[in-house]
Design a protein around this ligand. Structure first.
Ligand code: UDP
Length: 234
């Protein structure tokens, strides 16, 4: 069992059965899955994406500067983080939302010691706005935050149950890896499960990443207990 994990949830996953926005029913189901992890004694940090609202790289153009587009993307993650925090608390999972963009009216600021305090008190910490700087994705922000908070592993939730040698949704003969080194994941152009900046940072600091399907019942608990699930990069 890991002592502290960082769970990365993408915006697309949080939108569940909807085209965009957040699927609160799915959020509620995720709360019950994470509750099991927290109650078993593993501390949980969650980095939420915002692709269900906006992605900076896609939004930039026609006058919208990339920096502004990334700000908008980060604010999208804020909407997910706020909704998820409320949903978790309504399911009796003590949770705090900490923001990496100044937004005192809506969330506590991300302060390293404050995050540590909440985690030590058994609260789930959901981080909004990535790490607060443009030209990054929440995958890279997740690795950076995991390093900052001394997490044992990054649990990267995806639609599929691990890393394949080619896209399994279009290729029936795609082969799943149980284990990959950081180097392999970085150098193989066909592996697009995480951006290379995130993988490079994880390689540099030897931080393991598990790519897995969070929407299968019990899977979040399995990965947090360090049971073989999905693909281990590291
Ligand atoms: N973003 C950013 N800095 C960060 C994290 C995110 O600028 O530290 C912006 C970026 O524009 C990104 C958007 O926020 O596209 C939403 O995050 P992401 O695309 O990673 O969401 P996901 O694909 O995981 O839903």
């Amino acid at each position: 069992m890991y002592k502290r994990v960082l769970l990365k949830l993408s915006g697309e996953q949080l939108s569940g059965k909807f085209e965009g926005g957040i699927d609160a029913e799915l959020g509620s189901w995720l709360a019950s899955e994470v509750k099991g992890v927290a109650e078993s004694g593993t501390q949980v940090v969650i980095m939420v994406g915002g692709g269900n609202y906006a992605r900076g790289a896609q939004l930039a153009g026609h006058g919208i500067r990339r920096v502004t587009a990334d700000h908008i993307g980060m604010l999208g993650t804020m909407m997910n983080a706020l909704a998820l925090t409320d949903i978790f608390e309504s399911r009796n999972v003590p949770t705090r939302c900490l923001s990496n963009i100044f937004a005192e009216q809506v969330a506590e600021p991300f302060v390293h010691r404050l995050a540590e305090k909440h985690l030590a008190n058994g609260r789930v910490v959901i981080v909004a706005c990535g790490i607060g700087r443009p030209y990054l994705t929440t995958d890279t922000a997740a690795v950076s935050l995991a390093l900052e908070l001394g997490c044992d592993v990054v649990l990267k939730a995806t639609k599929v149950d691990g890393v394949y040698d080619k896209d399994p949704t279009h290729n029936h003969d795609a082969i799943k890896f149980d284990h990959l080194s950081h180097d392999q994941a970085l150098s193989d152009e066909a592996i697009r499960v995480m951006d290379k900046a995130a993988l490079g940072l994880a390689l540099e600091h030897d931080l393991p990443i598990v790519v897995f399907d969070a929407l299968e019942a019990g899977n979040i608990q399995r990965v947090a207990a360090n049971e073989p699930t999905g693909t281990l990069i590291g």
